[in-house]
Design a protein around this ligand. Structure first.
Ligand code: UTP
Length: 289
């Protein structure tokens, strides 16, 4: 079955990027000239996903405004003859069918996904964590969807991470199935060092069967007192219905300050308008370090 629906949870408090995220959702922080969440929506559209539910909360109306037409702005650009920018700005409203629901209490990523139950219905669906941007030639969520179609199992997007980073993310028990694809038999969120099962961690993308909602409804608060999606996915892993794909793109963590700067810097170097000038600037700056 083809995956045509995605959820982007964007209702977190973003405490690691305060004060920037006090009134601007971290998902709206720019990577050069586009907000992070637009890259994610574009990744979904490039993978054939037609309907996206963004989970928001109080103060996240700017996300809705961003994916809507701005008639005043568009009229102004038309009058000034800035037609290329007009086209770019108005196209944002048509990238996909975007729906919204509010998570009324910030009870964790698992709870945010549960808010999407009615939207999802009885289909497999993608979850793209709103603060994980993946850049690459092939949309990462498309690579996961292909694995879903092949194996008919839930799929998580993984990468090996450092021994230090794994403690902040999750750790998966994996066995190789084919190149870059693994069987997942167990997983743990924010493990203590003695509980690390492998260096593979889920980095921001999963495809889930609708059965996940049965597990999510029973999931008790876990790490950090939050309802963790990883805890519900662990049940799929224990049922042997979960695989992992080491996706080909590069992932940037927009949920922390260093991750934001890495995304900015590397994207700026490739940017068609400022790339060359930025490279020169960076070379000169590096000489002074
Ligand atoms: P994080 O745990 O990285 O986001 O969740 P956070 O809670 O905002 O982070 P800090 O620790 O306070 O800095 C991953 C994704 O899940 C969303 C976040 O918006 C982020 O995109 N999320 C998290 C929700 O939608 N709801 C929640 O209750 C928690």
């Amino acid at each position: 079955m083809k995956v045509t629906k995605a959820i982007i949870p964007a209702a977190g408090l973003g405490t690691r990027v305060l004060p920037a995220s006090k009134s601007v959702p971290k998902e709206m922080l720019p990577i050069v000239d586009k907000p992070a969440i637009q890259y994610i929506v574009e990744e979904c559209a490039a993978a054939g996903i037609t309907d996206i539910l963004i989970i928001t909360n109080r103060g996240k109306n700017v996300i809705e405004d961003h994916f809507d037409h701005s008639f005043e702005l568009e009229t102004n650009l038309r009058q000034k003859g800035k037609l290329a920018m007009l086209e770019e700005v108005s196209a944002i409203a048509d990238i996909a069918n975007i729906h919204y629901i509010r998570q009324k209490e910030t009870k964790g990523l698992g709870h945010a996904v549960l808010c999407a139950k009615a939207f999802v219905g009885n289909e497999p669906f993608a979850v793209c964590y709103g603060d994980d941007v993946i850049m690459g030639d092939i949309p990462a969520i498309g690579e996961l969807a292909a694995a879903y179609e092949k194996y008919g199992k839930g799929v998580c997007g993984v990468k090996p991470v450092s021994a230090e980073a794994i403690l902040k993310y999750s750790s998966l028990k994996v066995e190789p199935l084919e190149e870059r694809v693994f069987r997942v038999t167990d997983m743990i969120e924010k493990p203590t060092p003695d509980k690390v099962m492998s260096p593979y961690s889920i980095l921001g993308r999963v495809i889930l069967p609708p059965e996940i909602f049965d597990y999510l409804e029973k999931t008790q608060p876990g790490a950090g007192g939050e309802i963790q999606l990883t805890d519900a996915m662990r049940q799929l892993a224990l049922d042997e219905t979960m695989v992992a794909v080491d996706f080909s793109g590069k992932r940037y963590d927009m949920g922390n300050k260093l991750g934001i700067m890495m995304a900015q810097c590397e994207t700026a170097l490739k940017h068609k308008e400022i790339g060359e000038d930025f490279r020169e600037y960076l070379k000169k700056l590096a000489e002074t370090l």
